[in-house]
Structure formats: structure tokens, C-alpha cells
Design a protein around this ligand. Structure first.
Ligand code: 3HC
Length: 325
């Protein structure tokens, strides 16, 4: 439905303007907020950037849950720094979305009403410390795979936000992998925890790249507009090819009996995630969806007094400015 809407808006626009715009995209030019853009391009950007921002903020919850329970002061400090980084990533992305004429309040209300999504991965629980390692290693690893190409996205503010965000993501992934190394090289119980975390986070991490290309409703148009640089399956394949050797180094087993190197394609053959589970989770029926939404709703409600105070202050300053003129 959304893809049809985008297409129909595209046909209502001036063909010459559309052709000139596409020529700019094809030439690799950056599109800036005040420049002409098709309404469908603007709406697709608001959808993707807004959901990306929501993912950063909701993504703080599963890890934030373990800051006070980190095994050492050093691990607490590292995790605290990472979770704070994610808040900053969300702010960069909300600011990029606001340049398209949508407010943060509208984006937040769309999230809380279920009209906008956040990444499916954050609807899975973090049950123990090994999960914090798996989240850093696999989830941030997948996020890096997905975000590095987005540094070349056609919309200027999104591209610049991605460049800043990617600088911090490698620390996120490395601190997670370091936790997994400590656990895998620890006691048999610790290694078993690391293996269990890999078992539970492997397929949800593959789902982060989106449905298979044949079921991706936005990819074709998003790639034509260079909002998206690679397809979902391309990035998923790159992630698997990069991650399998890392698991082998840890002495852990990828929970996929079909996993094997395919010399001909130069990559691993692997089992697809359970897409019915994926679509259930993004419909709101995952293990932690309700908990995550309650937390975001509470944060929004608890911050109402602060937003009202800011608005009252702004109104007072505006009135004083008018009175002084
Ligand atoms: N979780 C939730 N929804 C998902 C999803 C996922 N993993 N993958 C796809 N979807 C949704 C899409 O949003 C779309 O629904 P919508 O029309 O309501 O928006 C529908 O499923 C169809 O998927 P498509 O492949 O057609 O959609 P896209 O072309 O938008 O591709 C995407 C999905 C690959 C996630 C793309 O939007 C993208 O690259 N987004 C930017 C990166 C991003 O958002 N990453 C999320 C993780 S951020 C993160 O991990 C933080 C890190 O610091 C830990």
C-alpha cells in the first residue's frame, strides 16, 4: 500500500522536475532540505529516518537494563558510554528527520500510537550478561553493516548523521565481542551462556536487515532514490560472511545446521529466519513489544512538564520581544 502511494504521488508531480531530480540522484548529488524533492522521496525519508531514530532510542532499553548489574565497574562504564551514545544517535537522526518538516512530537506520537516502527531486534529480552555481549557483537555488528553504506545516502542530513554515528559504532561492536571473548574463554558455564546468547540472538539479528528482497515493499524505490544503497539480502549475506569466522574464533557454533561455505558464490549458504515470527514481532506481538512501548510512553508522559515549561518560556520570550518592538 505504501509503495503504491509513493508511486501515485510520483506520477502527480511535474515530469520535468522529477526527471531533473532523478538526474541529480543518479549523478550522486546530495539533496538538501530546502531543495525541491518529490513528495514520495520526502515521505520515505521521514519513514526510514524516523524509524531509525526510534530504533536508537528504544535500543537503549535492553542494554540499559544491565548497566547497574554489570560485573565490574569498568564494564559498567563501558556500557554506560555505549547506551549514552545511542541516545546521541537518536538525536542526530530526529534532527535529520525534522529538516523534512516533521516534528519530534509527531514522530514520537506516531511511535507510541504504533503508526511508526522501531527495529524488531529490540523486542527480544536480554536475560543475562552474555546477552549484552551478543547484542554488542551481533546487533551492533548488523547495524554497522546496514549503516556504513547509508553514509552515501542521497539526503544530505541523513548522510552526515550516518558518518558521525558510524564513527562510534565500531566501539559498540568491539566491546560486545570483547565480552563474548571473556565468556567463551571463561568457565564452561560462562561459555555455555555465550553459546546460549548466540543461539537466541542469531536469527533476530538476521531479521534486522528486513524481509527478503522479494518481500521488501520499499527497496526498489528507495534504491532508485539512493535512500537505500544495498538490498536487504545483500547486507544480510555480508553480515553472515563476516560473522561466521568471528564465531569460530570464539569457539561457538552458529545455530544453523544448513550453514556451509559455498565456493561458487564466495559466501555462506544459510537458513533464512522464520519470517512469520518477524512479521508477528513487527506487528507488535514480540516477547517485549508491550514492555518497550510502556517504557517509551512513560518517558514521554514523565517529560510533559519539561516540554510545557520550555514552551511557556519560549512564549514569554516571544511576547517580551514583541512588546520591546
Ligand atoms: N524491524 C522493524 N521493521 C522492519 C524491519 C525490522 N528489522 N525490517 C523491515 N521492517 C519494516 C519496514 O519498516 C517496512 O515497514 P513500513 O512500511 O511500516 O516502514 C516493512 O518492514 C517492509 O520492509 P522493507 O524492506 O520494504 O523496508 P525498508 O526498505 O525500509 O528496509 C530497513 C528496512 C533495512 C530497516 C531500512 O529501513 C533501513 O536500512 N533503515 C535504516 C537503518 C535502521 O533503521 N536500522 C535499525 C537498527 S538501528 C540500530 O540497530 C541501533 C544500533 O545502534 C544498535
Amino acid at each position: 500500500m505504501y509503495a503504491q502511494m509513493v508511486k501515485s504521488e510520483a506520477t502527480n508531480e511535474d515530469p520535468e522536475k522529477l526527471a531533473a531530480f532523478q538526474a541529480r540522484i543518479d549523478a550522486g548529488e546530495k539533496i538538501e532540505p530546502k531543495e525541491w524533492m518529490p513528495e514520495g522521496y520526502r515521505k520515505t525519508l521521514i519513514r526510514q529516518i524516523g524509524q531509525h531514530a526510534h530504533s536508537e532510542i528504544v535500543g537503549q532499553l535492553p542494554e540499559g537494563n544491565w548497566i547497574t548489574r554489570a560485573p565490574t565497574l569498568e564494564r559498567m562504564a563501558i556500557l554506560l558510554a555505549k547506551v549514552q551514545d545511542e541516545a546521541g544517535h537518536g538525536l542526530y537522526l530526529y534532527c535529520a528527520a525534522e529538516t523534512l518538516g516533521v516534528s519530534r512530537d509527531e514522530l514520537t506520537e506516531a511511535l507510541l500510537s504504533g503508526k511508526m516502527k522501531y527495529s524488531s531486534i529490540f523486542n527480544y529480552p536480554t536475560l543475562n550478561w552474555a546477552d549484552i555481549g551478543a547484542v554488542g557483537w551481533l546487533v551492533d555488528g548488523a547495524a554497522i553493516m546496514n549503516q556504513v553504506p547509508l553514509q552515501r545516502t542521497s539526503f544530505g542530513p541523513y548522510s552526515r548523521a550516518m558518518i558521525r554515528i558510524c564513527k562510534e559504532e565500531s566501539f559498540h561492536q568491539r566491546q560486545g565481542y570483547d565480552i563474548m571473548m571473556k565468556m567463551a574463554q571463561g568457565t564452561p558455564e560462562q561459555k555455555a551462556m555465550a553459546q546460549d546468547a548466540l543461539n537466541r540472538f542469531w536469527y533476530p539479528s538476521l531479521m534486522m536487515f528486513g524481509p527478503s528482497d522479494k518481500d521488501s515493499v520499499h527497496s526498489a524505490q528507495s534504491m532508485a532514490w539512493k535512500i537505500k544503497i544495498n538490498t536487504n539480502d545483500e547486507l544480510r549475506q555480508k553480515f553472515v560472511d563476516q560473522t561466521v569466522p568471528q564465531a569460530e574464533y570464539l569457539g561457538l557454533t552458529i545455530p544453523d545446521p544448513e550453514l556451509r561455505w559455498n565456493e561458487e558464490k564466495g559466501g555462506y549458504d544459510f537458513s533464512e529466519p522464520d519470517w512469520s515470527e518477524f512479521f508477528e514481532v513487527i506487528k507488535g506481538n514480540g516477547p517485549c513489544n508491550a514492555e518497550r512501548m510502556e517504557a517509551r510512553q512513560k518517558a514521554w508522559d514523565d517529560g510533559a512538564w519539561f516540554r510545557e515549561g520550555l514552551m511557556a518560556h519560549a512564549r514569554k520570550r516571544a511576547a517580551a520581544k514583541v512588546a520591546a518592538e
